[in-house]
Design a protein around this ligand. Structure first.
Ligand SMILES: Nc1ncnc2c1ncn2[C@@H]1O[C@H](COP(=O)(O)OP(=O)(O)OP(=O)(O)O)[C@@H](O)[C@H]1O
Length: 371
């Protein structure tokens, strides 16, 4: 646990970088500091490893005042990752990663073995070990930066805009990787970004800073999106927050209809009975593996002769599906919006249809999680 108790940084020229921060960073969780440029995020982060000394207040790690610890030793127990990785250009990838273990006095063999292990953990090829940083892509360099920060297995990891210099696709991959690593490692991560989407994706808790180095709100991401405390936070999180918040609720809570799912050999009169029963305007046709083929408009069924099979009818594309077990309500909503039938198709992890969600059921589920 890291606690800021009235921690402030006021520079001699009078600039208030951080104005009296009170905040607790939970152990084993990811806390994101987010806010506009100049709001004091980096200064707050650097106060944790004493790269910046507060002018007021106290910071403790697990109860111990960090002022009582030697800054160099403190930093070796805290991993630090920065934008563009900050690698040593004349050291190989393996030696870059082994830096802190060597500083801690490990012998070279053990340090390199640990570095090789970490390369694998962060998704780097062993063949890259002997390369130099300039021979790697930006995304790969960031992975090296993360591996280096993890080398001595520090309980705390500070990350200062680590992914902001790479393109959006690589960035999404690195975020995914960090989530996976964190599930395995349970580090106490403090992550700085000015991108609210990155914050919402990665953070267990999010601290929103406002200009003047003040903490505007400290909350779980779903609460931040549901209840921004004021106009500043509301405009900072963005106005589509209602829809974005749906990504925190699982799609598995939706009720799925199976009675409107038919296979190609089913006869039109069977489908007609169902749609006439409750006025459902579309039925979904699947193949023998229950892979979706397309939607049949119920109007088409009215005057078709009995005995005709559904596979012979014209179908509208089913759009895209959502995975019932792993996707969120947001993914289901997106699937419904993009479907010509306005209905979402739920599948299992092999792509087989489990059922479809009607607009009414989707609306009811969204309503039930709204506040
Ligand atoms: N050495 C310094 N002397 C005076 N002011 C400083 C000094 N270092 C930082 N500041 C000021 O402190 C404020 C907070 O800076 P900080 O880097 O913490 O902001 P930030 O939220 O991380 O911004 P960014 O997203 O742009 O990195 C800024 O106004 C900055 O100009």
């Amino acid at each position: 646990m890291i606690t800021f108790e009235g921690a402030a940084k006021i520079y001699p020229d009078g600039t208030v970088a951080v104005a009296g921060l009170d905040l607790t960073v939970e152990t084993g969780r990811t806390t994101v500091f987010v806010g506009p440029s100049g709001s004091g995020k980096t200064t707050s982060l650097r106060m944790i490893n004493r790269m910046v000394e507060p002018t007021h207040g106290t910071i403790r790690i697990d109860g111990a005042d960090i002022r009582d610890q030697d800054p160099a030793l403190l930093r070796r127990s805290i991993g630090y990752v920065i934008q563009q990785a900050g690698l040593f250009p004349h050291r190989t990838i393996l030696d870059n990663i082994a830096t802190v273990p060597l500083l801690l006095g490990w012998n070279r063999r053990k340090a390199r073995a640990r570095a090789a292990e970490l390369m694998e953990l962060v998704g780097l090829e062993a063949s890259q070990a002997k390369r130099y940083p300039h021979q790697l892509s930006g995304g790969q360099q960031q992975r090296v930066g993360v591996a280096r920060a993890l080398a001595a297995d520090p309980p705390v990891l500070l990350m200062d805009e680590p992914f902001s210099a790479v393109d959006p696709v690589v960035r999404a991959g690195l975020q995914e990787e960090l989530l996976r690593l964190q599930q395995e490692l349970h580090k106490t991560i403090v992550f700085v970004t000015h991108d609210i989407d990155e914050a919402v994706r990665l953070g267990d808790r999010i601290a929103v800073f406002r200009p003047g180095g003040e903490l505007a709100q400290y909350d779980a991401p779903e609460h931040l999106l549901a209840r921004p405390v004021d106009d500043f936070v509301e405009s900072f999180v963005g106005y589509d927050r209602g829809v974005r918040r749906l990504s925190f609720f699982p799609a598995r809570q939706l009720s799925l209809r199976q009675d409107v799912v038919f296979d190609t050999e089913d006869r039109v009169e069977r489908a007609r009975d169902v749609v006439e029963g409750d006025g459902e305007p579309w039925v979904l046709v699947v193949d023998e593996n229950r892979t979706p083929l397309g939607w049949v408009d119920a109007a088409q069924l009215i005057d078709k002769p009995a005995g005709l099979t559904l596979g012979t009818l014209e179908m509208a594309p089913y759009g895209h599906t959502f995975d019932v077990a792993t996707d969120s309500l947001r993914a289901a909503l997106d699937a419904a919006v993009l479907s010509p039938a306005g209905r979402a198709v739920g599948v299992d992890d092999e792509g087989a249809v489990l059922g479809v969600v009607s607009q009414e059921d989707l609306g009811a589920a969204i309503w039930s999680v709204s506040e």
